[in-house]
Design a protein around this ligand. Sequence first.
Ligand SMILES: [Zn+2]
Length: 225
Amino acid sequence: MSDSARAMAGRVGLGLIEGNLRFQRDVFEPRRAAFEQLIEGQTPRALYVGCSDSRVVAELILDVAPGELFVVRNIGAIVPHSDDLASTSLGAAIDYAIHVLQVPDIVVCGHDLCGGLRAIVDGTSRVGSHLERWLRKGSSDVKGFDLLDHVSEMSLEELVERFVSVQVDTLGDYDVVAEARAEGRLHLHGAVYDPRTGKLRIRQDSGGFREVSPVEARASLLPPP
Ligand SMILES: [Zn+2]
């Protein structure tokens, strides 16, 4: 590592530690009672599957507190097919969320301006790389629909919405999800976040997406406890 790179890394590291010190002082201490309540355990209201994109922070865009969301983020907010080896990580989170935490809802939240989706469509990730192999898992659903066959027919907005629908449909194919839904104790949701406006578009029963206000979106995705 060069001297300048080392100096930069030092500054970044120091910035993060300072951030934690601010958190301790400005957030944790004033809300100590709420944080101490979380020591007893967690009862999140939903499992959230979202993109790793640093601009799309689940707790921030849904305005929820620690303990309210069980979160899994990966590049593209992709749900691998349940029989794919790559499903182990997300599958474990789904198992835990349903069986142990007994969450009543799972939200798959994609977003506009998603680099992962862009790379799938453009085929720009290095062939054979982990990234390319991962992204390919998100383009087709369990019924044989492949997004890549329909790219030219859709606007960017439709593309990301259809992409989220593919992930939601794939999620429904996990045995544990299908079982919980059949018993009426689990609901699946799809959403698209727009980093340019802060707004969400929510998947409707018809399969289309509708823009709603942040307050309406939060109520729709996460019913009050
Ligand atoms: Zn993304």
